[in-house]
Design a binder for this molecule. Structure first.
Ligand SMILES: C[S@@+](CC[C@H](N)C(=O)[O-])C[C@H]1O[C@@H](n2cnc3c(N)ncnc32)[C@H](O)[C@@H]1O
Length: 288
């Protein structure tokens, strides 16, 4: 399990009955979390909650405002700044547990740059609002950020500007599978690949993505995009039931021709109750 404990603008205040109570700078949100199977205090009766995400019987759900708060605001992690905004699907536009992977990638890129690598090209797939893109660009990499959602790609651009990055990220709105196939044909190569694929998803033209059916072949294809001495390949997943070792196995099978080390780990967030909330898992190949 890997966690970070140096978030100042974010904290999990409490967890119980399928819900987590979080502080995002000065705003307190209560939203569902399927990992929280333990029982306890009725968190919705606490004072000072700004909004609660309520699931609807018909599927989906929505935010119910309790105490007024700004429609959007920013949070800082170290030297990175991100916009936060309660959205559909109980999202806020940021996965704070990913800070652990941002730190790992920044360290690898930083080491390569100070060791004399002139340019580090990173491909970030299913890149969402750009947490990983911004972290890698801040470390001096040139990042190609690919996501099917125009809105998410725009948010990534905003997060980059807020973090003081005005160049170094190329934004692509596309289906990841189609983009990778085109990059293979064009002969483009990357020093690192990051992906955070959803369990299910659709590209801009309705292309279907299902993680159990598509991930292995997709990782195989992405391996064709790596330079001879790649820096890293990171896969993160929030899919319930996909064990860290499964991700590590995919990496070991698909990257067997590359010299390096493989590891996998659960990713989590410490809570004020002195427990760790599991938030998915990652597999990492680090090149030698
Ligand atoms: C789980 S989120 C990624 C989280 C992100 N990496 C982070 O740490 O903040 C999944 C993203 O994949 C995108 N997506 C889903 N299917 C896609 C596809 N076929 N091609 C491109 N992007 C897709 C969605 O728009 C969404 O932004």
């Amino acid at each position: 399990m890997k966690t970070v404990d140096d978030w100042r603008d974010y904290a999990i205040l409490a967890t119980a009955n399928g819900m987590k109570l979080e502080r995002w700078k000065d705003t307190v949100l209560l939203r569902p979390d399927p990992q929280v199977i333990w029982k306890g205090e009725d968190l919705s009766s606490r004072k000072g909650i700004n909004a609660v995400y309520r699931r609807s019987d018909k599927g989906g759900g929505g935010w119910e405002t309790r105490e007024s708060f700004p429609p959007e605001w920013t949070v800082r992690y170290r030297d990175l700044t991100f916009k936060v905004k309660p959205m559909g699907f109980k999202h806020t536009g940021l996965f704070p547990e990913q800070a652990v992977n941002w730190n790992v990638m920044r360290e690898i890129i930083g080491r390569a740059r100070s060791g004399g690598r002139e340019q580090v090209k990173v491909l970030n797939l299913f890149a969402y609002t750009g947490g990983a893109s911004v972290a890698c660009a801040k470390a001096g990499a040139f990042v190609t950020h690919v996501d099917a959602s125009k809105g998410m790609v725009e948010r990534a651009g905003e997060n980059a500007r807020l973090s003081g990055i005005d160049s170094g990220i190329r934004y692509i709105i596309d289906d990841c599978m189609k983009f990778v196939a085109r990059e293979i044909k064009r002969g483009n190569r990357y020093d690192a690949v990051i992906m955070d694929p959803p369990s299910y998803g659709r590209g801009p033209n309705g292309e279907m993505w299902k993680i159990e059916d598509n991930l292995f072949e997709f990782v195989e294809k992405c391996a064709l995009l790596l330079t001879d001495k790649p820096l890293f390949f990171l896969i993160n997943s929030y899919t319930t039931g996909l064990q860290p070792t499964v991700i590590e196995n995919l990496l070991k099978l698909c990257l067997k021709n590359f010299d390096g080390e493989f590891e996998s780990y659960e990713v989590g967030l410490p809570t004020d109750e002195k427990i760790i909330l599991p938030c998915g898992c990652s597999g990492l190949f680090t090149g030698r």
